[in-house]
Ligand binder design. Structure first.
Ligand code: GDP
Length: 293
């Protein structure tokens, strides 16, 4: 799909041919190319710089192994380091039962779709899921969630007459209990930009429903602003995981590396299409290959 990192590094790696030991000097061009590759995958510039410095520290002074080219050795170190960083701290979903999950994020990131996708996945795992529409500003979002819930045979709750989001959350928990549901997924409102009032509202909802997981849903194509978005949500809501959406498109998903590095929040799931089945648990090696191209 993408030009491979080895191709892109082309000349820089060829110049390393015959080198017996990696040094800061002989790797300079190659590392510059790595930084460019990360930036073009939308990794935040500070994160890209930090990553390259880390790789440099690992490489400098290493003897080139027999049977591999210096280039191959560098690419492997880069790939392994990226897999380690992306996967670090990744745990499966909380084992709490009933399980309460809050989905937060910017408008259009894929929250509503991902709430239904997660419901479908949990149903497959034997849960009895229940989705809750808390986006009081967009009736269409609640309608969309209801349609998806019907389609996937998930429990559903919304109160279209109420503007009190924490109260909706509490009533939803009662409804879920009455329906003997054991996985309750709250879809919340989002705006195109981070909005203090909205964050306040979700904070109150969080306090009321006491979720086991708080997932930031982020568009895989989110660029340099990913860091600010993630930091703001994390500071306000103590995120427990990231859901990276729209990886079926052209996005390289560098935002995930930025978010993971800056907040430490583990990546849990990825969205790979518009259908409810297009949802997977996170594989660091796949995303690393995608980011590096
Ligand atoms: P919300 O505003 O955050 O609730 O976002 P929605 O769930 O309404 O999604 C916004 C748009 O993105 C919709 O058209 C979804 O079908 C689409 N979408 C969500 N997740 C994915 C995905 O993983 N891949 C693709 N291609 N589209 C997605």
């Amino acid at each position: 799909m993408f030009e491979s990192l080895t191709d892109k590094l082309g000349q820089a790696l060829r110049n390393l041919r015959g080198v017996g030991r990696l040094s800061e000097e002989n790797m300079e061009d190659a590392l510059k190319e790595v930084r460019t590759a990360l930036l073009s995958a939308d990794v935040h510039f500070k994160v890209a710089r930090e990553f390259v410095d880390r790789v440099k520290t690992q490489c400098v002074g290493q003897d080139v192994l027999k049977g591999v080219s210096p280039g191959q050795q560098i690419v492997k170190i880069i790939h392994d380091e990226l897999v380690r960083l992306l996967g670090e701290g990744s745990t499966e979903l909380s084992a709490a039962r009933p399980l309460r999950v809050l989905m937060v994020g910017l408008h259009g990131s894929g929250k509503t779709t991902s709430a239904a996708k997660l419901g479908k996945l949990l149903k497959k795992r034997g849960y009895k899921p229940f989705v809750v529409g808390c986006d009081i500003y967009r009736p269409a979002a609640i309608d969309q969630l209801e349609i998806l819930a019907k389609q996937e045979e998930l429990g559903f709750y919304a109160d279209r007459a109420s503007k009190d989001v924490p109260a909706i959350g509490a009533a939803a928990l009662d409804a879920a209990r009455a329906a003997a549901a054991d996985a309750i997924i709250f879809d919340t409102a989002g705006r195109l930009q981070i909005d203090a009032d909205l964050i306040e509202e979700v904070k109150k909802l969080r306090a009321r429903v006491n979720p086991d997981e708080v997932f930031l849903v982020a568009d895989g194509a989110l660029g340099q602003e990913a860091v600010n978005v993630a930091k703001t949500f994390h500071d306000a809501l103590a995120l427990t995981g990231l859901v990276l959406t729209k990886l079926d498109g052209d996005a390289r998903g560098g935002a995930a590396l930025s978010i993971k590095t800056i907040t430490g929040v583990p990546i849990k799931f990825v969205g790979t299409g518009e259908k409810t089945a297009d949802f997977e648990t996170f594989h660091p090696d796949r995303l690393a290959s995608r980011i590096l191209g």
